[in-house]
Write a protein that binds this ligand. Structure first.
Ligand code: PEP
Length: 249
């Protein structure tokens, strides 16, 4: 099956509302590519303005996190309905920074996954190992657990529409990209895990991104791998370079 590539920028905690509009306007013409799904995942406070700024293009806006309750006394949290009303189509869930600094567990990620599907928001579920885990040879065991718990009670039809981002923690923001072979090997392992949990058709449909210091030089080879369907890009998504990454061919 020919899967459509998806390249998402993760702006993290960068860009005030006015800076976010300026960046979205700058990137809008540079990321034009009808063959690729392009997503700007931006801070919650920037979502409405960025959604307005990218109108008239095929760029989609994503959130970087979301809570799993519908509404109520959860001070500081953002609900799925709020995101939908603001124009969000995608949400990053379980990013390693949220797991590390905010204590998110696989079970939390699973609750958020189920809520995202309920509201027709496409989750970009992150997984990935530490350097220590890689050196101990437990990379796939760890990631399989993240994927299996993250997808608990997600139906095959829902899973087919999901995006998984494989992001080795040691490659995020460090300038160290996993080798193409390392990235392809783990993405193939994740697809095999999905086939085991669901079936071949689901594994064939789900899109798996690589993330971790992707730049304009590394993107072409990474995205040409059979099991890598695009990228989740941090640092380089805040620059004109993101246009080159989207137009990697
Ligand atoms: C990320 O945080 O999702 C990421 C991949 O960051 P960077 O590209 O900066 O390594």
């Amino acid at each position: 099956m020919a899967r459509r590539k998806i390249i998402a920028g993760n702006w993290k905690m960068n860009k005030t509302p006015s800076e976010a509009v300026a960046l979205a306007v700058e990137l809008k013409p540079l990321v034009a590519n009808e063959d690729v799904d392009v997503v700007f995942c931006v801070p919650a406070i920037d979502i409405v303005l960025v959604a307005e700024a990218v109108k008239g293009s095929s760029i989609k806006v994503g959130a970087e996190n979301m809570y799993f309750e519908e509404s109520g006394a959860y001070t500081g949290e953002i609900s799925p309905a709020m995101l939908v009303d603001a124009g969000v189509k995608y949400v990053i869930l379980g990013h390693s920074e949220r797991r590390e600094y905010f204590g998110e567990t696989n079970e939390d990620v699973n609750k958020k996954m189920l809520k995202a599907f309920e509201h027709n928001i496409t989750p970009i579920m992150c997984c990935g190992e530490t350097l220590e885990q890689r050196e101990q040879g437990v990379t796939m065991d760890f990631i399989r657990q993240q994927v299996k718990v993250g997808f608990q009670n997600v139906t095959a039809d829902q899973a087919k529409t999901a995006v998984i981002a494989y992001e080795p923690i040691w490659a995020i923001g460090t300038g160290k990209t996993a080798t193409t072979a390392q990235a392809q090997e783990v993405c193939a392992g994740i697809r095999a895990c999905i086939a085991e949990v669901y079936d071949e058709a689901t594994a064939d449909a789900i899109r798996i991104q690589y993330g971790g210091s992707v730049n304009a030089a590394t993107a072409p080879e990474l995205f040409a791998q059979p099991d890598i369907d695009g990228g989740l890009v941090g640092g380089a998504s805040l620059k004109a370079e993101f246009g080159k990454i989207v137009n990697y061919k």
